[in-house]
Design a protein around this ligand. Sequence first.
Ligand code: PEP
Ligand code: MG
Length: 768
Amino acid sequence: MPDRSDSESESRKLLRRLRDTLAEHGQGQERLDQITTLIAESMHAEVCSIYLFRDSETLELCATQGLNPEAVHNTRLRLGEGLVGRVARSGQVVNTADAPSEPGFRFMAETGEECFSSFLGVPVQRLGEKLGVLVVQSRNARAYSDDEIYALDVVAMVLAEMTELGAFNGNGSAISGPHEHPVMLRGGSGQEGTAEGNVWLHEPRVVITNFVNDDPDAELERLREAVTELRGSVGDLLRMAADADKEHREILEAYQMFANSRGWLRRMEQGIESGLSAEAAVEKDQSMTRARLQQVPDPYLRERLYDLDDLANRLLRILTGQGRDTGAMMPDRPILVARNIGPGELLEYGNRLKGVVLEEGSVGSHAAIVARALAIPLVVHCDRITIEALNGDTIIVDGDEGVVHLRPDDSVAAAFRDKIIMQTRAAERYAALRDQPAIARCGAQVALHMNAGIMADLPSLEGSGAEGVGLFRTELQFLLRNSMPRRSELAALYARVLDAAGDRRVAFRTLDIGSDKVMPYMNRPEEPNPAMGWRAIRVGLDKPGVMRMQLQALIRAANGGPLTVMFPLIAEMGEFISARDILLREIEREARLGHPLPKSLEVGAMLETPSLVYAPDAFFQLADFISIGGNDLKQFFFAADRENELVRRRYDGLSVSFLTFIQKIIERCAEAGTRLSFCGEDAGRPIDALALAGAGMRALSIRPATIGPVKELILRADLSEVAQIIEDAKRQGLDSVRPQLVSYVRSLPPLDRSQFQPALNGVTSPDT
Ligand code: PEP
Ligand code: MG
């Protein structure tokens, strides 16, 4: 255990001198030089050097006391190269009495360092962001004590803060501050589309301006008061969640455990004792947590470290009085950047956002569902984005590729603007086709409906030219709240949806919860495999209370008009009969209560499990319509989890086996005269839609933004030719028809726009 009393006074003295030095005039290089002199002197070392990152892979010697001054700004190291590079890469201290015999030691003649035996290097990092390395070296062979390491670490933290604040930029210094370089970050595509705008941080950073304390007792008092307030607020959270499900409560309990942790408080107190201000001490510990986060692959542990990170943020806000509202103005084209965000919070931003980038998130998360509903590009799993991005930074979101360009240079920005212009032109072309039915050259027509889930989707009915809403996902209203919505609220919402749709048909799907869609206020059993577990209609039939309430709300919303209801994840005929019976009973009940009854009623099933394809004929005769839920059907057909990045793209919806299976469904529905449509995400991709149409599907329900591109391709194609391509592929024993279809589409002539005049006047030609 280090002798704290010595190190405390050592580091406190050092910090105070550092602060005084920084308070004096001087800029960039001069400041760095003063700091190295000061540290070398205080630590009785012959050498003190500061290396900062030039770019993400290169460190540059930026100031030194004791090495050859000529080497400053000339000596560069790659990440991982030499002992300095090792400290930078690992984020760990290297302390050795015999540097030349250390693995990885690299002799740099230009610095004249061969005569120094001992080496102590500590990373300069802030909240997980690597900024550089601070090194002291001595001629005599000695390992530095724990106290000295601690003192240097504290100084490195202040150095990181100063670097972050740009204290070393400018005159005479070749160093530009962090957050100035262009950065490209790769994530996953959560929703297609591109947007250019400015960063709007969901959780703005807390800015710390005083790092050094003059009165440790007063700072300790401030810290303890803030921690007491924090514990109180976490306790309130837990009390408010008294009725929440077990998992939710467990998360909060873990959160409370961290807030009460003595170890955490002790570490922060040590920071204050060594000379840091209360907020700097909190952030020092937070930096350590972030550094650990980057090394922990276990998702559960990562989640817990995120809890600790979150608590540190709350504590910093209490200490600094900085709330989420920093007074900053939201930019005109805000791109939201967050570690994660709940669907309700995202919806609150609403249509103002041009795009969303999440450090975590997942393709099927609720936030992703909302982003899709808002039709804005979304990139998920974008590692480091909350570290790299600052409010107001220019940012380009490429949702098609799952890539983010932060502070892009001119060439990247220009390329994207070209892409956005092309997309805008294409959108104009599609808009011109809005009122045209999707009739292929062979004369076959494909009905194009849209998927929706929130009120904000409804205006797209007009804009996209959708014939109706083929799938209205009702679960969002349940997921977006902390308590069960009331029947009257639901009835009012459904009535508004029907109102907005006018004459167009809206197929309401009853509550599809379970699997990834979890309502925080409902008790759920732990399930080993939730996608194949207690979800959708299974919950509805086992606990019919909520489904009955929802059906009553739908009947009341229809208010004597037509009503279309479909049940999710029907796996066998009996489930459909039971669900349909519940609906019919509710209709009788509403009649007894004197409410107007729907003037026409269509009751359908979502076909999302292979089993239903082989249901008895009676099922196909009973169902008024069937809607293929391609997302689920495909995951069960190929046994490939739609949420699992490792497998979700592994199998192609254009595989001959899947298309043959779809044809079987088409055949069964045709025999029974049952109306059929397809509403999975794949159908929103033009080639996939063409394959489905070629296989015989005559109705698709897709995201509104995809209706135009799908329609344009159908108008250009001949579905009998596509059907022939599928048949040929079957005969040839191919796995997939994708290559054949891609070349077919390439061979198609552009759309003969003369038939659509005058709507297309002034619109540029299609880029095929
Ligand atoms: C589907 O499974 O294809 C579907 C439309 O339902 P969801 O994506 O909501 O599960
Ligand atoms: Mg589904």
